[in-house]
Design a binder for this molecule. Sequence first.
Ligand SMILES: Nc1ncnc2c1ncn2[C@@H]1O[C@H](COP(=O)(O)OP(=O)(O)OP(=O)(O)O)[C@@H](O)[C@H]1O
Ligand SMILES: [Mg+2]
Length: 329
Amino acid sequence: MVETEKIIQVNGLNVFFGKNHVIKNVSFFCNKGEILGMMGISGAGKTTIIRVLTCQIPHYQGEVKCFGFEPRKNPNKIVSQIGYVPQLELLNLYYEFSAMKNVEIFASMYGISKEDAKNRVQRYFEMLELPKDVWESKVKFLSGGEKKRVSIAIGLINDPQILFLDEPTTGVDASRRFDILNYLKKLNIETNTTMIIVTHDLETANICNRVVLLRQGQVVDFDTPQNLVAKLPSQGRIARIRAEIDADLIWKIADMAEIVHILRIGKEEIELYIEDIETNLQKIISKLFEMGVKVSSLTRDIASFRRYFQIRMQEIATKEKQKIIRVFD
Ligand SMILES: Nc1ncnc2c1ncn2[C@@H]1O[C@H](COP(=O)(O)OP(=O)(O)OP(=O)(O)O)[C@@H](O)[C@H]1O
Ligand SMILES: [Mg+2]
């Protein structure tokens, strides 16, 4: 068996900005060739952790290893082997220069010639569907999504072993978001590039081997998306019901002891998270009929990672199990 290599290891990481303790005892790892998703609401500390790993914050405490090297001690050994795509607000592009000129500048930092850089980047621009006329436009005239794609292409220019992407799909429209995620997965499979993806976009979990969930500088969960979903009642097996349901009825349904969570989705749909769904679903359906609920459809499904995240974050915020949860999507 091939031994898995922990290409990134973080043990007991703490970061202070002045007196502000923003990263609190964070531990996780990433195996070589895997995609790790880093998720959590704004201010959770995601960007700070990425900046520690990419050697931009040397004043951290704890043990951090990239390729076995400490970022604060051996930045030179790390920087040449990684690519970093900052979040939109922190993009470090030269706005007065064209997209292509930017590529040349960043490539020269890795000792890559102009010609080489142009040849390499064409492939990335095409794969990221960056329109040709944009290649020679000044960056300051590009849209958010176009800038983001230029930045991703630059992050790939040195064939990095680890690619750090801070919110790669922010500012990108829905259909292209999906394309970018597919492209990153393809790249990961074809080139075995390890990726750390910071994101608010919970669909990204679909391409991640493991995810680390953060809240207020602390790790809430670190596991595979599948294992996390399986922590839900009945290992994440749910019943989805379409029916005319008002607020009163929701409270009555919530009174049923077998139901752990009810997610209200839109006006006419609920998802039921039930203890031992195989034995209890039939009983619940009978009770719904007795209550006069007009069920127009009932389907069984596995909960998505998005739902796990929503339930978990609500629970932590309120420090108790939430039975009725309203989601807006
Ligand atoms: N250079 C800095 N100086 C002082 N405080 C900082 C600095 N960088 C980040 N912080 C603080 O650290 C906390 C975590 O910020 P960070 O940018 O890591 O969060 P994030 O999870 O990436 O949020 P977002 O999703 O909004 O990008 C915030 O409270 C932020 O204000
Ligand atoms: Mg951030």
